[in-house]
Ligand binder design. Structure first.
Ligand code: PMP
Ligand code: GLU
Length: 397
């Protein structure tokens, strides 16, 4: 057989974020003193009330298939959270639970994209969006944003790229990798464009609870006229430190999307783990105090990380307003010691100074690296000390 793989599988790139996380964990397990700024996951233990709920569910014998799109208990908990946090009213029928927000996004692209359809991705974007669009046969159309405008896109640059083939736009604020929030004014202007061009919005709101500086979150579905056009994606991974449980969900007014994504799931993974669903229901319905505590710690780490990056001559950043990443501009160092792009820079940090980070290329900018501050303050201090030494070395080269 001279061609084993399908064209789409052969063209698919592996997830750069997961690759770095794996490398970081492997080096640590070998006893290498590596500083991990790669991982996009909270370093806190999952709160005990949530772990206890998982154990209780097992002891009750809830170890069988559940409805494909999630248990009634979990879907009710999701509906409750949308209503309590944002006054967003969904019915349980509008919710589909999947194996992580990543899986929800995958199902959505499979459900709405036909070959040739264009999906707008605002750069810098999360690494998996363009790949998932391409895997569904679509064409990701990336729109650059400027760092000097804090990575907020210009409406004109979006409207200029809308064609008859444009089907949807994917939003993610606060953003992975920049941590940037969009202003209410921008969201309203975007809503107007969406309405005029008759587009669908896929709004990945996985970092909505990790917002700093007393910011208030505006889900895209709460912008007047947008609820019926928006598929909201969220999950428990980041908010409740539950990445390994693999529970994410979508909420959509469109029953066509709900049914199609459920059908896709029924023919692929079936329901997410029954135990993980019980844990997620407790996460969403129980007291939300840990969420605020974890957010406050992330905010202090953000302040520390930003301060330390700004102390390194040659590095610059836009202060993130949420999530747990800084997207650091490294363009000053390109050309030094044979470093031509973000992958070279990241490799230099890892091989010469034992600091793991994710190169910006797979996020749509080869002039940046992403550092995660989902790690302890002493690790941040030591890691930034090493990065400072590395940059000084490059400066003197
Ligand atoms: N969207 C964004 C922007 C993310 O950073 C992540 C990170 N894991 C996900 C979706 C997926 O999260 P999960 O599958 O763990 O729910
Ligand atoms: N979303 C996280 C990150 O960007 C976790 C890894 C992944 O799912 O890609 O690092």
């Amino acid at each position: 057989m001279n061609r084993i793989l399908s064209k789409r599988a052969a063209e698919l790139k592996p997830s750069a974020t997961l690759a770095i996380s794996a490398k970081e964990k492997e080096l640590k397990s070998q006893g290498v003193d590596v500083i991990g700024f790669g991982a996009g996951e909270p370093d806190f233990p999952t709160p005990s009330r949530i772990r206890e709920a998982a154990k209780r569910s097992l002891d009750k014998g809830e170890t069988f298939y559940t409805p494909v799109g999630g248990t009634l208990e979990l879907r009710k908990a999701i509906v409750h959270r949308f209503a309590e946090d944002y006054g967003l009213m969904y019915k349980v029928e509008n919710i589909v639970v999947s194996c992580g927000a990543k899986h929800s996004l995958y199902n959505i692209f499979q459900a709405v994209v036909d070959p040739g359809d264009e999906i707008i991705c605002l750069a810098p974007y999360w690494v998996s969006y363009p790949e998932m669009v391409a895997l569904a046969g679509g064409r990701p159309v990336t729109i650059e944003t400027s760092e000097s405008r804090g990575f907020e896109p210009e409406i004109e640059s979006i409207s200029d790229r809308i064609s008859p083939a444009t089907k949807a736009i994917i939003l993610n604020y606060p953003s992975n990798p920049t941590g940037v929030m969009y202003s209410r004014k921008f969201l309203e202007k975007l809503a107007d464009l969406i309405e005029r061009k008759d587009l669908l919005v896929i709004s990945d709101e996985i970092y909505d609870k990790l917002l700093f500086d007393d910011g208030r979150y505006t889900p895209f579905a709460t912008i007047p006229g947008m609820k019926s056009r928006t598929v909201t994606v969220n999950g428990v991974s980041k908010t409740y430190a539950m990445t390994g449980f693999r529970i994410g969900y979508l909420a959509a007014d469109s029953m066509e999307i709900v049914k199609a994504t459920t059908n896709i799931q029924s023919q692929s993974t079936s329901n997410p783990s029954s135990t993980a669903q019980a844990a997620a229901a407790e996460a969403l319905i129980g007291p939300q105090t840990e969420v605020i505590e974890m957010r406050n710690i992330f905010e202090r780490r953000r302040d520390l990380m930003v301060e330390l990056v700004n102390q390194v001559p040659g590095l610059s950043l836009v202060t993130p307003q949420g999530a747990f990443y800084v997207f650091v501009n490294i363009s000053y160092f390109l050309g030094s010691k044979g470093i031509t792009g973000s992958s070279d820079f990241a490799a230099y940090l890892l091989e010469n100074h034992y600091v793991a980070c994710v190169p910006g290329g797979p996020f749509g900018s080869d002039e940046h690296i992403r550092l995660s501050f989902a790690t302890k303050e002493d690790v941040i201090i030591e890691g930034m000390k090493r990065i400072k030494t590395a940059c000084e070395e490059l400066n003197n080269a």
